[in-house]
Design a protein around this ligand. Structure first.
Ligand code: SF4
Ligand code: SF4
Ligand code: SF4
Length: 158
């Protein structure tokens, strides 16, 4: 089976196993944040984000999308937030990375290390040449591993 065929097969199959969880909010939000202030805000965090990962839903509530990039922990969204919703500089993204093994090519006998290098925390550990697993204690949920996965096998879940 070619790599392309494997991607298509496992992608279709794996989507059945993906978790359906809530959106991931920007970093630095307090544990009590309700994001109600965001509804009437102009969304300065969106334009401030150097990685362009902050988006807003139809109510104006910000969420992170890791399809193209991850979070550099640059604090620019917090500095841009005049509503004081993002106000805890040491509270990073509340989530964790998760590999859907059904979609991961390396879990199906195809060599792929695409997610390993972008992980600055060394939180993705391969067993020999295959079968990557994420070490929860090391993962910061920065999301840089998500976009590089050729089979969309990694997601950040809350
Ligand atoms: S810390 Fe920087 S990269 Fe991360 S969401 Fe905020 S502005 Fe974007
Ligand atoms: S989310 Fe960040 S820290 Fe966690 S596994 Fe992916 S790249 Fe590594
Ligand atoms: S990038 Fe990582 S998670 Fe994605 S297919 Fe390759 S080894 Fe699996």
């Amino acid at each position: 089976m070619s790599i392309e065929t494997r991607r298509g097969f496992f992608g279709a199959l794996g989507s059945l196993f993906k978790e359906n969880r809530g959106p991931i909010r920007p970093p630095y939000a307090s544990i009590a944040a309700t994001f109600t202030e965001c509804r009437s805000c102009e969304g300065m965090c969106v334009s401030a984000c150097e990685e362009s990962i902050i988006h807003r839903d139809e109510k104006g509530i910000p969420f992170l999308d890791f399809k193209t990039n991850g979070c550099s922990d640059c604090h620019k969204c917090m500095e841009a937030c005049t509503s004081n919703v993002l106000n805890e500089p040491d509270r990073f993204i509340q989530g964790r990375a998760r590999i859907t093994t059904m979609m991961c090519m390396s879990h199906h006998d195809t060599i792929c290390f695409a997610c390993k290098d972008p992980c600055m925390e060394n939180a993705i550990v391969f067993q020999g040449m295959f079968n990557p697993v994420i070490i929860p204690e090391k993962c910061t949920a920065c999301g840089y591993c998500v976009a590089v996965c050729p089979n969309a096998a990694i997601e950040i879940v809350s």
